[in-house]
Design a protein around this ligand. Structure first.
Ligand SMILES: [Zn+2]
Length: 212
């Protein structure tokens, strides 16, 4: 590609250069262009959710504070980069990593929404039910929750007839329909309240695992 088509090339910022160095230092390849392919996301944690009084987390590029912290592992040598902020994960230029970041962000947002809910309030699941008009539960978050086991039966949930796959299908169907029937939407809410919400609210869940 000639320079006219490419347009003006900006020098990478100091943070981006520090990220490249941090990645290459722990990779087998000796340049970022190849090294960036050696990494995958293993988990994501929300620094403020773990301990509100803890010092701010600092990305491997030097940027701070970061709230959503990603842990990356090298598939060739097992090295770990921790934490990497979402902006820096995007610097890897890989669609698969971007998908993981978006998915874990959605799940994390759902978890924060639950923390702010009163015990007698239901978690909104459709855009039309949410105050800020953002989709509270996204399809990709629901898929992650299925893999995490959040749709599985819980003691006393009263949904003995409903396998985890069936529960997911009901919720996914309610999410995908522009106007789900009242009955479908009600059932989706029951599943979310009795299975997904207790899963997301469990105190031990400090880090979100990547299932990719
Ligand atoms: Zn960074």
């Amino acid at each position: 590609m000639d320079s006219k088509k490419r347009g003006v090339r900006h020098e990478p910022s100091a943070n981006v250069r520090r990220l490249w160095r941090a990645v290459v230092d722990k990779s087998e390849a000796d340049n970022f262009g190849d090294a960036r392919r050696e990494w995958f996301v293993v988990e994501c944690y929300d620094a403020s959710a773990c301990d509100p009084s803890a010092p701010a987390e600092r990305c491997v590029c030097g940027h701070e504070p970061i709230t959503e912290c990603f842990v990356l592992r090298n598939r060739l040598n097992g090295n770990v980069l921790d934490p990497v902020g979402n902006v820096c994960v995007r610097q890897f230029g890989r669609d698969d990593l971007d998908d993981v970041v978006r998915t874990l962000h959605d799940v994390n947002r759902l978890r924060s929404a639950i923390e702010l809910l009163g015990d007698d309030e239901e978690l909104p699941i459709k855009r039309s039910e949410s105050a800020d008009n953002r989709a509270p539960l996204t399809r990709r978050a629901a898929e992650w929750l299925l893999r995490a086991g959040a749709f599985g039966s819980r003691p006393g949930d009263g949904l003995y007839w409903c396998s985890d796959a069936r529960a997911f299908d009901i919720v996914a169907s309610a999410l995908s329909k522009r106007r789900p029937s009242g009955e479908l939407l009600r059932l989706a809410h029951v599943i979310v309240e009795r299975r997904v919400r207790p899963y997301l609210a469990s105190a031990t869940m400090t880090a979100l695992k990547s299932y990719v």
